[in-house]
Design a protein. Structure first.
Length: 113
């Protein structure tokens, strides 16, 4: 099983990024997918999730700014991040969950003020 995250980077406040996470070795369509983030000195938190049926959920701090989506044909989950703020700076991890949970390697997102 491999979850390959990419698409992070450095952006100014107010900008946008769209990380993606490509999965292999799993029946992707069966899995609930999530994006988590971990800032230095803080606990990892769930940012957004999307179920196998495409129901989405967001942490309050990103509602209206972030959009999670999935493409089952490409085994890929995306996180469209708009109106980025310096407090969004963190390593972003994707996760696949269906009985077992798998983690990707993380992608750094840095938002400068």
């Amino acid at each position: 099983v491999q979850l390959q995250a990419s698409g992070g980077g450095l952006v100014q406040a107010g900008g946008s990024l769209r990380p993606s996470c490509a999965a292999s070795g799993i029946n992707f369509y069966m899995f609930n997918m999530g994006w988590y983030r971990q800032a230095p000195g803080k606990q990892r938190e769930l940012v957004a999730s999307i179920t196998s049926g495409s129901t989405t959920n967001y942490v309050e701090s990103v509602k209206g700014r972030f959009t999670i989506s999935r493409d089952n044909a490409k085994n890929t989950v995306y996180l469209q991040m708009d109106s980025l703020r310096p407090e969004d700076t963190a390593v972003y991890y994707c996760s696949a969950n269906h009985i077992l949970r798998y983690w990707g390697q993380g992608t750094q997102v840095t938002v400068s003020s």
